[in-house]
Design a protein around this ligand. Structure first.
Ligand code: ARG
Ligand code: ZN
Length: 844
């Protein structure tokens, strides 16, 4: 059944205090709860309802007297006193049988929890909604050596430990971990001089892969103090790495739980990209302590209140730690590929959705990344000082509360005096605005006229004009900047902006730094793109000019087999040789859009994408680049290798990414000689994976793949990558066979989400392989979704998004994908998660 934002009602009962005792046993854990309820003065409703799912109730008491609650959908009801009372219950749950990885479950003999969004109801009866906040005291009884929960340690002894969390929190932030774990420890002294004991808890053998995450944690703690004035608030901060995890990580108060893929890193097992991601996710979860935990969400429709803001904060952190220009290009690129894809398809939804069936289906790139873009736009509109004042006011007003987007925007309105009623539309209106531009030049006056239009999305046909901050600069024909970056504020459907006193007709650089999440549609030429690639002072637009050149070459190659023109090839060559440019930036210019992005661009231009032609065209463009620039690429590949021991910092990683982008292209024309040499000599995972990937992409690399397999078969994270690379890079015609064979590999532990995503997701990423004309790629994925769904609905539903682009393709493929979606929809006992996804994708 569908839940609506408009139906929000405050909770009848608030919780003053929670006491929990866990008697851990794999198939029969006892959970004893003692909860003090008080009437909520904000409402006269007194219905007493507790959520619960799959709980075996052994006893229930109100103020000490045994009661028999009534079962109602999703929980229980009971008759209660008029005033405050104490609820006590004892329930039994089965962590070992919990394959959904929600609530209390087991992973490799260790107990752990995942409660966001609505997993706490699988642990005990409770008002499992984020606007009910309470301090928790937890006792864990178990023979396992390490027993952790939220808050501060409050005593321990033989077979037990207690934890006390003084900060009121919603149940979704509850966590418990018990296992045979070892700690990588450190300390952090906060800005007011308090010492915090830090621990990263992992399985024995993994402790030497925690140092990088620990450094990232300390850097995050310092950064939040320096940039946002936010200090940590407990005596301990623990992180636990878990192998079986549905998502990336979770910000439970004082006890973050991570997918081990986002904690563990050493040079020989993790790539540069993984190091950067770990740093960002450690920061993200830590930053939630203020944006999410101290101030939480009133209801799940407000998810972007914590996620958009926290993503924005982790982006700022990464820009400060690494290269701001490169980070912005990475984030903008993610928006333009994956978020625009979601926004333009059947799963489009507003940053603040208005209804859902299963909230886990809304932990999306729209809520997270577009949500973060909205924060960035707000900051652009009110300025840096206004932003800081507003955020301070937000914390000051709402600390300890469950807030809404309205509360967030009200803090901005009051702190800055700006009316944000039009801005608020960004939260409710789905879809990517398309911005068309026309230009006029007359008597030294240059006029830019913009028109915005947001296409209809499911359930939203009428769209209003949005406020769009447009960062614009102008260059003269010599390539000098004559008007530096200026932020124009567009508020109407159509609007003109003029620039006077110009000596010659300028070349505009529009949407600098990706100042708003819009699709810019401007008639231009490859010559002008090449001019901007050479002269633009804004790194994002400079990159974008190169991107547009690449895309025009790729779409031409994919439609009529045209070879790339001189504007692109020469411009690329000049960029590659420009030693004033950061290697990481040059690597971004050199790496081509993916086949999925090419399909998206063709579809947007009104052409039906042909996956095989795209695949062949992209390869032809790679060969043309390699042929035209072999000497430059070979020089970069050699010269960009960092010297000295491996370091995962931005400089060395940037050099390696340029060297490896060059290698991928060279491998297209050298038969794989350089890649084989690099693979054999590599002393770190970044270099070996780049070499292996380059070889697999030309249909070679069997030996290297075997070597990698044999060396790393005992390392689960390294093997996840192997499955992903093999399925993702196999030549299109062989991709399905290869993937099916991998699915029979003894190490294909499909119940582990990381492994499932690596193989099935890897295959779906193999664009031409997945979209093979006979539809067997779709059938393969469908079979696996249906196999996983009864065990782990959340991961199955997440993976089903590989079908969201069905509307782009030809009628035959559309029919085949829709038939698969209908097969799923018609399956008995389908989960709510997967059921909602396929229903939305089918649009009925
Ligand atoms: N709040 C977590 C994060 O961003 C994500 C948890 C999502 N889990 C889920 N089951 N939906 O950082
Ligand atoms: Zn988050």
């Amino acid at each position: 059944q569908t839940i609506h934002l408009a139906d929000y009602a405050p909770p009848p009962w608030l919780v003053e205090r929670v006491e929990l005792t866990f008697r851990l046993a794999p198939t029969a854990t006892r959970v004893l709860s003692r909860i003090r309820f008080v009437p909520n003065p904000a409402t006269s409703d007194r219905r007493f309802f507790l959520h619960g799912e799959g709980l075996k109730t052994l006893s229930a008491r109100i103020d000490g007297a045994e009661v028999t609650p009534r079962e109602v959908p999703g929980g229980i009801e009971a008759d209660v006193p008029d005033g405050a009372f104490t609820w006590e219950a004892e329930v039994e749950v089965d962590p070992a049988g919990n394959t959904a990885l929600e609530g209390l479950y087991m992973s490799n003999g260790m107990y752990c929890t995942q409660c966001e969004a609505e997993g706490f109801r699988k642990i005990t009866w409770y008002p499992d909604r984020p606007d009910v906040m309470a301090p928790f005291r937890v006792r864990i009884e178990s023979d396992l050596p390490v027993l952790l929960s939220n808050g501060n340690p409050a005593g321990s002894g033989d077979g037990w430990a207690e934890w006390d969390d003084p900060w009121p929190k919603p149940a979704y932030l509850f966590a418990l971990v018990a296992g045979d774990l070892v700690a990588h420890r450190d300390t952090f002294v906060t800005m007011s001089g308090r010492e915090v004991a830090l621990g990263i808890w992992v399985r024995a053998g993994d402790e030497d892969r925690c140092a990088f995450a620990m450094e990232a944690l300390k850097a995050s703690m310092r950064w939040d103090e320096e940039v946002y004035g936010r200090e940590y608030d407990l005596d301990v901060f623990n992180i636990v790495a878990v192998d079986d995890f549905n998502m990336g990580a979770m910000e439970n108060k004082g006890l973050n739980i991570f997918n081990s893929a986002l904690v563990l890193a050493s040079p020989d097992t993790a790539t540069d990209a993984t190091f950067e991601r770990i740093e960002a996710v450690i920061a993200h979860e830590y930053f939630h302590n203020w944006t999410g935990n101290r101030v939480t969400c009133r209801d799940w429709f407000q998810l972007c209140l914590k996620e958009g803001l926290t993503v924005y904060r982790d982006q700022q952190f990464t820009s400060d730690m690494r290269s701001a220009a490169v980070k912005r290009i990475e984030d903008a690129s993610l928006m333009r590929t994956r978020q625009f894809r979601e926004d333009g398809g059947p799963l489009a939804h507003p940053v603040r959705p208005e209804s859902f069936v299963e909230i886990n289906n809304f932990y999306t790139i729209t809520v997270y990344e577009k949500g973060a873009e909205l924060i960035g736009m707000l900051k652009r509109l009110v300025g840096d000082d206004g932003y800081r004042k507003a955020v301070d006011l937000y914390f000051q007003r709402h600390d300890g509360e469950a807030a809404t987007i309205e509360d967030w925007l009200a803090a901005f309105e009051e702190a800055t005096g700006r009316d944000l009623s039009q801005f608020k539309l960004w939260y409710s209106q789905a879809g990517t605005p398309r911005l068309t531009v026309s230009e006029q030049w007359e008597d030294g006056t240059y006029t830019l006229t913009f028109r915005q239009e947001t296409p209809p999305t499911p359930g939203q046909t009428d769209k209003q004009p949005l406020v769009i901050p447009l960062a614009v600069g102008l260059l003269n024909p010599n390539g000098d900047e004559v008007v530096p970056t200026t932020v124009l504020e567009m508020t109407k459907e159509e609007q003109s902006f003029t620039f006077d006193g110009l000596a010659s007709r300028p070349v505009p650089s529009i949407l600098r730094n990706f100042s708003a999440p819009v699709r810019l549609d401007r008639a231009t030429t490859d010559a002008e793109r090449a001019f901007l690639l050479a002269h633009d002072t804004d790194p994002y637009n400079k990159w974008d000019a190169g991107r547009a050149l690449a895309m025009s070459a790729l779409t031409a190659a994919a439609t009529d087999g045209t070879a790339p023109g001189a504007d692109y090839l020469d411009g690329l060559g000049r960029t590659l040789r420009d030693e004033t440019l950061d290697p990481a930036f040059r690597a971004l210019v050199l790496s081509l859009p993916s086949e999925d992005e090419i399909a998206q661009a063709l579809h947007a231009a009104g052409t039906t994408p042909d996956p095989d032609a795209i695949h062949a065209g992209r390869r032809a463009v790679q060969e043309a680049i390699a042929g035209a620039h072999e000497a430059t690429l070979a020089d970069l590949h050699e010269r960009m290798q960092p010297t000295g021991p491996y370091r995962p910092d931005a400089d060395d990683a940037g050099r390696r990414s340029l060297a490896n982008a060059a290698l991928a292209l060279l491998t297209r024309i050298d038969g794989g000689a350089r890649a084989r040499t690099q693979f054999a000599a590599a002393d770190n995972m970044t270099q070996s994976v780049a070499a292996l990937a380059a070889l697999l992409a030309i249909g070679a690399g069997e030996d290297q793949s075997q070597t990698y397999h044999d060396r790393w078969q005992g390392e689960r994270l390294v093997m996840d990558r192997w499955f992903g690379l093999r399925a993702g890079l196999a030549p299109a015609e062989q991709a399905l066979d290869t993937t099916q064979e991998l699915a029979r590999h003894p190490a294909f532990h499909w119940k582990t989400p990381n492994r499932f995503r690596a193989l099935v997701g890897g295959f779906a990423n193999n664009h031409a392989g997945f979209h093979r004309a006979d539809g067997r790629g779709y059938e393969f994925v469908t079979d696996w979704l249906l196999k996983l769904d009864p065990l782990n609905p959340q991961t199955a539903a997440g993976m089903s998004k590989v079908f969201e682009t069905w509307g782009r393709y030809d009628a035959e493929r559309q029919g085949k994908i829709r038939a698969c979606l209908r097969r799923i929809a018609g399956t008995d006992r389908l989960s709510r998660d997967l059921g909602e996804m396929v229903q939305r994708m089918l649009g009925d």
